[in-house]
Design a protein around this ligand. Sequence first.
Ligand code: CA
Length: 229
Amino acid sequence: MSAAQRILLVEDDDALAETLAEQLALHSEFSLTRAETAKQALEVTGSIRFDLILLDVGLPDQDGRETCKILRTKGIATPIIMLTGAATDADTILGLDAGANDYITKPFRFGILLARMRAHLRSQQNSETAVLAIGPYDLRPAVKVLEMRAGGDKIRLTEKETNILKFLHRAGGAAVPREVLLHEVWGYNAQVSTHTLETHIYRLRQKIEADPSDAQILQTVEGGYCLQL
Ligand code: CA
């Protein structure tokens, strides 16, 4: 099962960016977007919600720490790993002021970066502030709310509905068989049938789809369901 985690790489060094893109492409769990400047980074984060941001300290138009600070003041809680040329930057990077989660000093081994990325993605997904992008919505699992990204309309979800979306989101748009979803959401020992799941999917579509009879977000596929992320 592939989980497409949206990664934003903000880096002006083409050689480094290309190497990282090639290496990340070997892991189907990631989908990478690149920005070369702070300006581009601020633009793209305004329209796309990323799961993790890799942010160079030495950007051509701004100190990456300043960019990080701006992202935080805009309410972006996405984990940010700073890429820095000097280990001495550590204090100012991790200081509350800048608000980065972690940093890695260049040159670094890809395996080290990958391990850090995965650790931050895992802890973010389990945290109270987790926000998962689903179609035009942001899902906040901790408060069981789905919020229209553009308009701010809020949809209250039940616990089961939240868990269905959370698990489908983890699959990153891949199809999840009904039985797998049933077990993940209700537990392996629950005496529920796929009919129960179908009923919940039906109600969920009434809440989230513009036309519930022609679902565009929570789609039915051979044997199961998938999300159009
Ligand atoms: Ca740079």
